[in-house]
Design a binder for this molecule. Structure first.
Ligand SMILES: Nc1ncnc2c1ncn2[C@@H]1O[C@H](COP(=O)(O)OP(=O)(O)OP(=O)(O)O)[C@@H](O)[C@H]1O
Length: 271
């Protein structure tokens, strides 16, 4: 990615946070209590044209919640999101019908996303080729494996050529050839001044695909910077946790935080 292309922000998140109110049911005879989960703690960033941003963090760290706020599916508890066009969250807005064939769903999905019938017809071959599910395209979607369904859904969403795309784990299900095609499709989107957010548990995927990464832990923004640097630090942290060395992991987290977030977005533009 050419650094000089990184100019205009497509999304600005200003001091956004998200709390969920959760009702805890106690044991037999005890009263129901309500408590608050701080899924995303106040954070800010700007995401620019041409940026492919990976979100990393352990389970429950707030990655999906952040995507839902960016997509406008959750109202942030504090702060605001400004976007240059409506972000598309993969998997949510495709109103697909499991009783219909993949081919019929391509048509339905394209129309549901606002393409005209002529545009839907024009997009059809592109979508089917990108999904790469072969003859299964003529079978009802109810018969699809979860990977095939995810690939078709993903390809339909791309047919609309969204400028801001939010992807929650969708790529985890593809084989190497599919992922290669998806990566090409996304590079096209990035070259056309788009911005992509990708949640993926594999730090390696983030390192390979993204040019920037944000690391969340317990809803807090730990690091925001070069994908390679963030992914490597996160992987080392996760490795220590997996080994059961919580003290070392806590030290790495604290160190990453000091390298941290502040200034990355503002400084990198030289503005
Ligand atoms: N609808 C909800 N109601 C209440 N709490 C929720 C809800 N959705 C998520 N949470 C809580 O918010 C926190 C962040 O969850 P979130 O799904 O955003 O994490 P994540 O990083 O995407 O996790 P994972 O990697 O496991 O998918 C967790 O503590 C989770 O239990």
């Amino acid at each position: 990615m050419n650094e000089t292309n990184l100019h205009f922000p497509n999304i600005v998140a200003s001091n956004i946070s998200l709390d969920y109110k959760v009702r805890n049911r106690g044991g037999w005879g005890s009263r129901t209590q309500t408590h608050t989960v701080h899924a995303v703690k106040p954070l800010s960033f700007a995401a620019h044209e041409g940026e492919f941003i990976g979100l990393v963090g352990r389970n429950g760290s707030g990655k999906s919640s952040l995507l839902r706020v960016l997509a406008g599916l959750e109202t942030p508890t504090t702060g605001e999101v400004y976007a240059s066009s409506k972000p598309t969250l993969i998997g949510v807005s495709a109103a697909l019908n499991p009783q219909l064939t993949g081919a019929e769903n391509v048509e339905l999905g394209c129309l549901a996303m606002g393409l005209s019938p002529a545009q839907a017809r024009e997009a059809y071959d592109r979508v089917v080729e990108l999904a790469g599910i072969g003859e299964a395209i003529e079978r009802p979607m109810a018969t699809y494996s979860s990977g095939q369904a995810a690939r078709l859904r993903f390809s339909i969403m791309l047919a609309n050529r969204p400028k801001i795309m939010l992807i929650d784990e969708a790529l985890a299900t593809g084989d190497a050839a599919t992922n290669e095609r998806f990566s090409q499709a996304m590079n096209e989107l990035l070259d056309n001044a788009g911005t992509v957010f990708l949640v993926n548990h594999a730090a390696q995927t983030i390192e390979n695909m993204c040019n920037r990464a944000i690391w969340l832990d317990e809803g807090e923004l730990i690091m925001d910077g070069d994908a390679r640097e963030v992914a490597r630090k996160y992987r080392w942290f996760a490795h220590q946790l997996a080994l059961g060395d919580e003290e070392k992991a806590a030290g790495l987290l604290a160190e990453a935080k000091t390298l941290g977030a502040a200034g990355y977005v503002i400084n990198r533009e030289g503005s």
